[in-house]
Each structure stands twice: as C-alpha cells, then as structure tokens.
Design a protein around this ligand. Structure first.
Ligand code: GLP
Length: 244
C-alpha cells in the first residue's frame, strides 16, 4: 500500500493496531504485538501515544516482544533499544511492565542460547504474534536477520553486516564504537506472525523495496520471504515506491 507520505501511513498503521487491541479487549484476550525500532516506526509510536492520551486507547491487554537489541548493550545506554522503546512508547502508555519483552543485551555469551529459546517459548505460550511491525535495512534485513539468514532461522546472536554497522555508526560516534553483534528474533517467528506490516519511507529504501517485493525470494534479501506470508503488507510512501 502506497501512501502520500509517512505521516499518513503511520496513522493508518496505528489505527489498525488500535482496532486490533480493542477487538482483543472486547473478547478479554491479550494482543501480542511484535515491535521494531529504528527511525521508521517513530511516527507510528507517536500516533499510538496520541491515541492513548487523547482517545483513551488502553494498552493493558498488550503484550509486546521487540525484534532485537544490540549485543552487548546496557539498557540505560543512549543507543539501547530498551531506552528507545521506553522513551517513545512504553513510558507514555499504560502497558504493564511485565508485558514488555526486549532482548537482553547484558547476558553472558553462554546464557544467550537458552535465553533465546525462552524468548520464543514465551511467544508460543501466548499463541504467537498477532501483529508484527517491521522496518527494513538497506540490505533487506528484517529485525537483525541479515542477508544469508534462513527462512527457518531461530532467535539468536548474529554478526551485523558491515553495511548495517555503517548505517548505525552515526549513532555510536564512529564505526569502531558500533556493536558487531546483536540478538534478533529469527525469521521463523516473524513468518509465523498472523499479520505482518513492513514500513519503509524515502528514496533511500526504494531499491530494497523493489528487490523485496518484485525480486526473487532469496536469503540474500530476508524481507523477500514476506512474499510467501499469507497476510503481510508493505506500507510505504511515494518515494520508497518510486522504483516499483
Ligand atoms: C535497524 C533495526 C531494524 C530496522 C533498521 C532500519 O537495523 N534493527 O529493525 O528496520 O534498522 O532502520 P531505519 O528505520 O532507521 O531505516
């Protein structure tokens, strides 16, 4: 779906999320949201906060699972996704702290594999992700599932691509300070989500959007796996659609 601009698009996605939360509230069910970081979902989170503050949308039945976190990463560091999510969304709505899940960047290397299995088990225990929000990296990564990630990949510690580290290096004041690894939800859990919305804005995403939507399904472009999902939508602005 192509929108005039990212602001209108973000509002439409926020409305869909709000409607799902409300539908689940009516039947006394949890609403399991898969959430993303990066610059792309900022407008979405701002709109969800507005819906909470101005229209009384409650997040009490929402259980959230974030896609990824840099590793290693302290939660109170300026660049942590824990901090990003709390500042932009969780601290501003009434979600219960025990319902918030973000991969832990403080584990020891030995703890990571068991932790990742548990992260997936928690999602499974809730019946899977109802709605997964995604951004897209310049190389087609989703979460931090870089090029080469398999369609059945699990939640795990991954090495970040050079291109991903370069894109992030501005935030970390230089490439040498930019993390080399991250913990990411695997492609399998993303593909198992009942609904997936991938958002992308701007000319800089136009080539990878074309490759993901019109190219062959390939591990080189993990977002292309979504062509095989039953209920996935790419929500993009005019600039991001310019090569389609
Ligand atoms: C990071 C995140 C991804 C995100 C991507 C794109 O790599 N881990 O989840 O989709 O950045 O970032 P942006 O939205 O800033 O373009």
């Amino acid at each position: 779906v192509i929108f005039e601009d990212s602001s209108v698009a973000s509002k439409a996605v926020a409305r869909e999320i709000a409607d799902l939360i409300i539908e689940k509230q009516r039947s006394n069910q949890s609403c399991v949201l898969g959430l993303a970081t990066g610059s792309t979902p900022k407008g979405l989170y701002a709109e969800l906060v507005r819906l909470h503050k101005e229209e009384g949308l409650s997040f009490k039945n929402v259980v959230s699972f974030n896609l990824d976190e840099y590793y290693p990463m302290e939660p109170d560091s300026v660049n942590s996704y824990v901090r990003f999510m709390h500042e932009l969304l969780f601290n501003q709505v009434d979600i219960l702290p025990e319902n918030v899940h973000i991969p832990d960047g403080t584990l020891s290397k030995e703890e990571i594999s068991a932790y990742c299995n548990e992260y997936e088990a928690k999602i499974e225990a809730l019946g899977g992700i109802d709605l997964q929000i995604l951004g897209i990296g310049g190389n087609g990564h989703i979460g931090f599932n870089e090029s080469g990630s398999l369609q059945n990949s699990k939640t795990r510690l991954v090495a970040l691509d050079h291109i991903t580290r370069v894109a992030a290096s501005g935030d970390f004041s230089g490439l040498s300070n930019t993390p080399r690894t991250a913990i990411t939800l695997g492609v399998k859990k993303i593909m198992e989500a009942k609904r997936v919305i991938l958002m992308a804005w701007g000319e800089r995403k136009s080539n990878i959007i074309k490759a993901s939507v019109e190219g062959t399904v390939t591990t080189q472009v993990p977002a292309s796996f979504l062509q095989e999902h039953d209920n996935a939508t790419f929500v993009i602005d005019k600039e991001a659609s310019s090569k389609l």
